[in-house]
Design a protein around this ligand. Sequence first.
Ligand code: ADP
Ligand code: MG
Length: 277
Amino acid sequence: TLPVVPVAPSTEGTEHARPGGQSGLDARQVSAWFGEHRVLEDVSLTMRAGEVTALIGPSGCGKSTFLRILNRMHELVPSASMAGEVLLDGHDLYDARRRLTDARAAVGMVFQKPNPFPTMSIYDNVLSGRKLTGQRLSRDAKDDLVEECLTKAGLWTEVVHRLRDTGGALSGGQQQRLCIARSLAVRPKVLLMDEPCSALDPTSTNRIEQTIRDLVHEVTIVIVTHNMQQAQRVSDRCAFFLAEDKRPGGIVEEGPTDRVFGAPVDPRTADYVEGRF
Ligand code: ADP
Ligand code: MG
């Protein structure tokens, strides 16, 4: 069997966190541009292992850009540039000696619109990210990995008898859970989720939220959501992003989710979480 991703301990005691050392993702004074247009300014945020961090804020304030910087997808856009640092378990994600594929393998991403390979089998979809690892698996190891990842994504019992069906034959919610399974198969340290439930019905959303809470014990999770109830249900900490008056986006306030929602310090946070803009 394959080794399980070690659970890195977290620094602060919140309800779901583990006590102890320091690990997770650390963004330090991150700025981002598209051409001359600066879209993020000096964003610093610690996303602790063992916790779900939610990024909230209005459209266009740079949440997706920030997420893409966390797994080096931002640099794929020709006009894009960034400044600042991203540390993963204390190591620079942008270290020139670090291969891009290593960074991508360590930090997985799930998007708003489920995007399994539609004509590829469910089984092969789960394994499709493994080429990032450059590691070959035996047939038995593949079978085990597919079962393990589909189980963790909450999809196994629904697809166990149809693993050769195509990804495109699944419902939207099942496709999203397949995408989560595909990400897990690479054994990432961090899973980034950009509005993963925005295209899904309430039942599928519930399933994904449960999956997120189950997974956080082995993978650090950062989720962008516009759903304030969802942020409160799934996240331990929350960061409120805002871009005012054509200014670049930044974090207005961050902290334990209960505190950010229950006793926001900044009046703009209060206005946002209470639905006033
Ligand atoms: P959010 O996810 O919070 O809605 P985004 O990160 O998508 O915000 O966008 C932040 C800003 O960056 C917006 O002004 C958006 O228009 C701009 N932007 C996003 N992607 C690109 C791109 N590929 N090229 C140019 N500008 C972009
Ligand atoms: Mg976005």
